[in-house]
Design a protein around this ligand. Structure first.
Ligand code: ADP
Ligand code: MG
Length: 333
């Protein structure tokens, strides 16, 4: 799983947090407690209406909790003023939420302006951030949101949230509105970005596959944000805590676990066993991709190449299956 060795994040702790909206018979979030380590990417996954957005918005006080406490690096967020919260917490909202009448540059400058940064410092930061999310500043600075594709708008949303280099990022279904291909691309980019910036990220999604792909740990939530299971993707897949969690994982738990295991970390066979016609996989591919290609080629074994393209071994269906079994015992099932 993505683990940054470049942590700039803060710890977050929620303790018995409850939100009761006025005139509702049920709480939206009830007694939610969670400890998040600096630099961790935590996924909150659950069905629509279970309380994910409410839980997240209490961390930056867009919604005030009815009771309970929330601390960032040990400091009570209720005691922090708005400017401090903005500096410490970047926020990507559910519907991207770019201001339509502002250019991309103005959108990304919102928080720096509120914090009183100089024009020069703000402009330099905006250019830097657009490059970080792979949008060419020359092309995009002066455009308006509607002149961008959905995926490009999402990237601007991420850039805007990163503007003040906050140790904490809250992301509410940030890739929800994009097509599957753009979404995969944004997810991959996001993982690369997180590897270099090492923020503490709370990421909301209703998509369990997205949670597996991105999360260091996943909290599977039921109604009122009740935590049904909170663990690494591999452990949840290998050992779901309840029927509810299993139903959330859906079909193909074994295949999903294969996607978490890298070819390069798997016990391989001799390079001589590789059948050239069956093609090859790279050490950086995952076992699900390897299996997919073996099945497609109609064979039983596939060659494995290193980053230079040299064949360094071979992988058979049996070896893939063994790797899955070894992973389960390593997880202590
Ligand atoms: P999710 O993000 O998981 O879809 P939400 O946190 O948005 O869920 O909502 C949780 C519950 O709280 C839902 O039942 C929703 O209808 C209710 N809710 C959300 N916002 C408000 C509000 N401002 N006033 C009253 N009820 C709300
Ligand atoms: Mg929501």
């Amino acid at each position: 799983m993505p683990k940054s060795n470049n942590t700039s994040g803060a710890s977050i702790e929620l303790l018995n947090v409850t939100k009761q909206y006025p005139n509702q018979d049920q709480a939206a979030v009830e007694n939610f407690s969670m400890k998040i380590n600096p630099g961790e990417l935590i996924m909150l996954v659950g069905p629509s209406g279970c309380g994910k957005t409410t839980t997240m918005k209490m961390i930056n006080r867009i919604i005030e909790p009815t009771s309970g406490s929330i601390t960032i690096d040990g400091e009570d967020v209720l005691s922090l003023d708005q400017n401090t919260l903005r500096r410490r917490i970047g926020y990507v909202i559910q519907q991207i939420g770019l201001f339509p009448h502002m250019t991309i540059a103005e959108n990304v400058s919102v928080v720096p302006k509120l914090l009183g940064w100089s024009k020069e410092k703000t402009a330099a930061r905006v250019e830097e951030l657009l490059s970080v999310v792979e949008l060419d500043p020359k092309t995009f600075l002066n455009r308006y949101p509607k002149q961008l594709s959905g995926g490009q708008q999402q990237r601007v949303g991420v850039a805007r949230a990163l503007a003040a280099d906050p140790p904490v990022m809250l992301m509410d279904e940030p890739f929800g509105a994009t097509d599957p291909i753009t979404r995969e691309k944004l997810q991959a980019e996001f993982l690369r970005l997180q590897e270099s910036i090492g923020k503490t990220i709370v990421f909301v999604t209703h998509d369990f596959d997205e949670a597996i792909k991105l999360g260091d740990r996943i909290a599977v939530l039921g109604p009122k944000s009740k935590i049904e299971q909170f663990d690494t993707p591999a452990r949840i897949l290998a050992n779901p805590a309840s029927e509810y969690v299993s139903s959330f994982i859906g079909e193909g738990a074994a295949l999903k676990r294969l996607a978490l295991l890298l070819v390069g970390n798997t016990k391989m066979g001799a390079a001589s066993k590789a059948n050239a016609k069956a093609g090859s996989v790279s050490v950086s591919d995952n076992l699900r991709e390897a299996l997919d290609r073996i099945v497609l080629a109609g064979g039983n074994t596939i060659g494995v190449q290193d980053a230079t393209g040299a064949t360094v071994g071979s992988l058979s269906i049996e070896q893939i299956s063994e790797a899955l079994g070894a992973d389960v015992s390593a997880l202590g099932k």
